[in-house]
Design a protein around this ligand. Structure first.
Ligand code: SIN
Length: 290
């Protein structure tokens, strides 16, 4: 590895651990994700424990809560502790306007989210985070993992010259690109927004790479060919560097809370012809900070 890559890794892996008192937090990899135990999401969470969950979220960006038995109301209450709930868009024809059903029926041809993305980046104010609660996993008990990638580290591991080149740029995030092939209601307004290409996390001010293959279509400061080439390089780095990634293996009753501001995710469809089911609630964020 290059010296700047090692420096970036060292900065992440040597950060001091938060002094948890009510939770056990075990890292999934040194750079991303943690399994959190000692919390029952069906109960009102005490303020001190909520503070510890916030600290874990800031440090690990992907939190995994196992063996939870929760209702939609518990799910909404937990999500609401982190911000305003984000209505599903386009709205579901019936049922709860905040719950997106993540359903793979037996022998489906594909699944939603089967590519690197963060939720809602074509919106002017993308989502803060998403909470997916999986209750049905593929029958042999394997497959259907979700991959996550750390966009702070993706940025920090770039060469200093590349970082300087990217810092002033913006990128267009286009819902038409991500939603191509989906049946949408006739009155659905397809979102499209321009965001900083290098963003800052609103809570920690740390820089991060803010482009994703599903939504990001163009870097307006570059020619179309230059934009395509540079985006392809960045998408390739995100997809091909396992050091940026963690992988969550689901068991029924697992809830995962991820930070859409600094993490991308990728559903894995490796369980044909089995079924999988869960419900996702997203939380509103604010404008992307440059
Ligand atoms: C998604 O939110 O993209 C779905 C993730 C998953 O099904 O694992």
């Amino acid at each position: 590895m290059e010296s700047y890559e090692l420096e970036a890794l060292e900065a992440v892996t040597t950060r001091p651990a938060y002094p948890y008192r009510t939770l056990t937090v075990e890292r999934i990899t040194p750079v991303l994700g943690a399994e959190v135990s000692g919390v029952d999401l069906s109960q009102e969470i005490p303020a001190e424990q909520l503070e510890e969950i916030r600290a874990a979220f800031r440090d690990h960006h992907v939190l995994v809560f196992r063996d939870q038995t929760i209702t939609a109301e518990h799910h909404r209450r937990f999500a609401a502790a982190f911000g305003e709930l984000r209505p599903v868009n386009p709205p579901p024809p019936e049922g709860d306007p905040y719950i997106l059903e993540i359903r793979t029926t037996s022998a489906a041809a594909n699944v939603a989210g089967n590519g690197w993305h963060a939720d809602g980046t074509a919106d002017a104010e993308p989502s803060l985070g998403s909470m997916l609660y999986i209750t049905e996993t593929p029958e042999p008990g394997c497959g259907g993992d979700t991959l996550f990638a750390n966009m702070h580290l993706a940025y920090d591991m770039l060469s200093p010259a590349m970082r300087t080149h990217l810092d002033p740029l913006t990128a267009i995030h286009d819902g038409a690109q991500a939603l191509a092939g989906y049946a949408l209601p006739a009155d659905y307004v397809i979102p499209k927004s321009e965001h900083p290409l290098v963003a800052r996390h609103p809570e920690t001010d740390r820089k991060l790479l803010y482009v994703n293959k599903a939504y990001t279509s163009r870097i307006p400061q570059l020619s179309p060919d230059e934009s395509r080439a540079l985006l392809d390089v960045l998408f390739d780095i995100i997809a091909r560097r396992p050091v940026l990634h963690c992988r969550v293996r689901w068991t029924p009753g697992t809830l995962v809370f991820w930070d859409n501001r600094c993490v991308q995710h990728h559903a894995t469809y490796d369980y044909y012809p089995y079924a999988r089911y869960g419900q996702r609630i997203a939380i509103n964020g604010g404008p992307v900070k440059g």
